[in-house]
Design a protein around this ligand. Structure first.
Ligand SMILES: Cc1cc2ncn([C@H]3O[C@H](COP(=O)(O)O)[C@@H](O)[C@H]3O)c2cc1C
Ligand SMILES: O=C(O)c1cccnc1
Length: 342
């Protein structure tokens, strides 16, 4: 999103997409299930790989499913709340990491290369951080809608699975505030170390989350309004990308805490809005477990990662590709001339 972004979007129009979301393709799911039963292995022997392949078929709406053009989309934005000193790193790191992504030096670059995925980095007006949400809403309605619409552009024709990630110093505070506003509890239930804050900085972070939610909750109209008040450009873009992927029949792999918090605004608007998404990994950010439980998702991997930038989703992609390769490439008992039981 450049400073003079051409997209002018309306939040109500985006809310309206919830009512036109395609449902699960049951025919594709049934066909995948039937095929799974004919493949040269005892039934269920590939465990969760089988349900993953079925999930891809269901949301691509085709059997066998294919993963030929996976994309990892990383959205980068800056947060006014970061000036409160809630991150272990300075705000300049967001732009520096974008340069690192562009030069190929970040973790997510290596994970995309290792898993044959295309990496797209979307830089969102880094010189214009969102407003500090302890003073007022982080974004105007138009700004939030524009960021969501920008995120939708990551879903291009031909992309067959989308991994989502974010880069934004301070965004674990924004994620915590969103989760707290959406799911209640106490600020400390949702606030974690992020890049590694401890001691008095952690106390400050909890206080910031508490104050922000206390301030905004009475006026909050719905979860999209929560995103506008407490989110950030990159988190709004993630929510937009998830909606566009649903409309375009593209399954989505979510990343860690920040990414899941952005997705959760859609879950709060419609509990079926994330049916085409999996959570790629359980972040070591402690509140991620609670958040995944709140949206009814079991993360695929638990590798103790706590990086963000789409890294956990990119690792999970490798597993999902393995699932689809087995489902689509294996011979059936009949094709291979292998005797089925009885
Ligand atoms: C070098 C570096 C690379 C990163 N890649 C992702 N993040 C992650 O850390 C940030 C969130 O943590 P907090 O809220 O504590 O700032 C996000 O940018 C996230 O993607 C990074 C952070 C750093 C420092
Ligand atoms: O899980 C995440 O998304 C995360 C955790 C720590 C720092 N940044 C992101």
């Amino acid at each position: 999103m450049s400073d003079d972004a051409p997209v002018k979007a309306d939040l109500d129009e985006i809310r309206g997409l919830l009512s036109v979301m395609p449902k699960a393709d049951e025919a594709a799911r049934d066909a995948a299930r039937a095929r799974e039963g004919q493949l040269t292995k005892p039934p269920g022997a590939l465990g969760r790989l089988e349900t993953l392949a079925e999930w891809v078929a269901t949301w691509q709406g085709r059997t066998p499913p294919r993963i030929e053009r996976p994309r990892v989309a990383v959205f980068a934005g800056n947060h006014g709340v970061a000036y409160k000193g809630v991150s272990a790193y300075p705000i300049a790191v967001t732009a520096q990491m974008v340069a690192n992504f562009q030069a190929g030096g970040a973790a997510v670059n290596q994970l995309c290369a290792a898993n044959d995925a295309e990496l797209r980095v979307y830089e969102m007006a880094l010189d214009h951080p969102t407003a500090d949400f302890t003073d007022g809403p982080a974004m105007t309605e138009e700004e939030c809608a524009t960021a969501m619409a920008y995120g939708m552009m990551a879903v291009e024709e031909g992309i067959d699975i989308l991994c989502l990630g974010e880069m934004g110093i301070g965004n674990s505070t924004s994620a915590a505030a969103l989760a707290h506003a959406l799911f209640g509890g106490k600020a400390q239930d949702w606030t974690g170390p992020g890049t590694g804050v401890t001691g008095s900085t952690m106390e400050l972070k909890i206080q910031v989350v508490d104050e922000a939610v206390t301030r905004h909750l009475p006026e909050m109209t719905d979860s999209f309004d929560a995103l506008r008040r407490l989110g950030g450009h990159e988190l709004a873009a993630i929510a937009g990308a998830i909606l566009a992927a649903r409309v375009g029949r593209v399954p989505v792999i979510l990343d860690g805490y920040a990414c899941t918090a952005a997705a959760s605004i859609l879950y709060r608007a419609d509990p079926h809005a994330l049916d085409h998404c999996i959570v790629g990994h359980l972040s070591a950010e402690p509140s991620h477990r609670r958040l995944c439980e709140a949206i009814g998702k079991q993360p695929l991997l638990d590798f103790g990662m706590r990086l963000g930038e789409g890294s956990g989703a990119a690792v999970a992609l490798g597993i999902v590709k393995s699932a689809v390769a087995c489902h689509s490439g294996m011979a059936t008992f009949a094709e291979a001339g292998v005797s089925d039981k009885d």
